[in-house]
Ligand binder design. Structure first.
Ligand SMILES: O=C(O)[C@H](O)[C@@H](O)[C@H](O)[C@H](O)COP(=O)(O)O
Length: 230
């Protein structure tokens, strides 16, 4: 298990190289299996890369796009990851992709887990590309340190691809892929920008305690490509 580092000298360079790399993997997936899939994180980091990716030439009508995690809010809420993906990624050529969001009509995310596990059969799995972000508390996806649900989310014997999480260090109830589902992806990327995130990553790499910093559970158990620029 390793963290394979790809550092770029600027964010525009990162966006250009990373979006081209994702496009190549998706094209190869389409060629091999007829369809390909992309699971993306929300938050602030990916927007500019998404814009660039949306203009990559590939048969987007054969791509399933879904989210790694979602805040349990409606799409008219600025915190909605689905709204961000629709605004920044599912535009230009990528408008032809098939999008599967994670927010359902249930008011409590706990009651939506079974529906989302069922939705996954429509999506090309394992995911060809899964892109993680990381918070300054070491969370990834919506696997938050200190949340009551963390041990379950990190338990690779859990019989679910999704888990509802109530963070204590961030607002909104969340829906997250479980660690098992994250690890099952063919290509796992960790997309970070800025020195503060690099500093958090350096701390994360100093120990194995995933309950303290859940991102550790990913690079302790999988090969992860770090995509980073200051
Ligand atoms: O919906 C979310 O909050 C995420 O998917 C989350 O895991 C995110 O990737 C990190 O919190 C980093 O967020 P930023 O890119 O905004 O720093």
């Amino acid at each position: 298990m390793a963290l394979i580092e790809n550092c770029y000298s600027s964010i525009p360079q990162l966006n250009e190289a990373f979006s081209a790399e994702i496009a190549n993997i998706l094209k190869a997936g389409i060629e091999a299996n007829g369809r390909a899939s992309l699971a993306v994180s929300g938050g602030r980091t990916p927007a500019a890369m998404f814009n660039q990716l949306s203009n990559q030439s590939l048969d987007w009508s054969k791509v399933d796009v879904t989210l790694v995690d979602e805040r349990w809010v409606d799409e008219d809420d600025p915190a909605s990851n689905a709204a961000m993906a629709k605004r920044e990624l599912l535009i230009n050529k990528a408008a032809a992709a098939q999008f599967y969001g994670l927010k359902t009509a249930e008011s409590d995310a706990v009651n939506a887990v079974a529906e989302l596990n069922a939705q996954l059969v429509n999506i090309q799995t394992p995911f060809d590309v899964l892109i993680l972000g990381m918070g300054e508390d070491g969370h990834t996806a919506s696997l938050f340190p200190c949340s009551k649900q963390l041990e379950q989310g990190l338990n690779t014997d859990l019989n679910s691809d999704y888990i509802a999480v109530t963070p204590t260090t961030a607002p909104n109830q969340r829906m997250s892929l479980t660690l098992k589902s994250i690890l099952n992806s063919k290509n796992i990327f960790l997309h970070l920008t800025g020195e503060p995130k690099k500093h958090v990553l350096d701390i994360a790499l100093q120990s194995d305690n995933a309950l303290e910093m859940p991102i550790r559970a990913v690079f302790n158990n999988a090969d992860v490509k770090l995509i980073w620029a200051a």
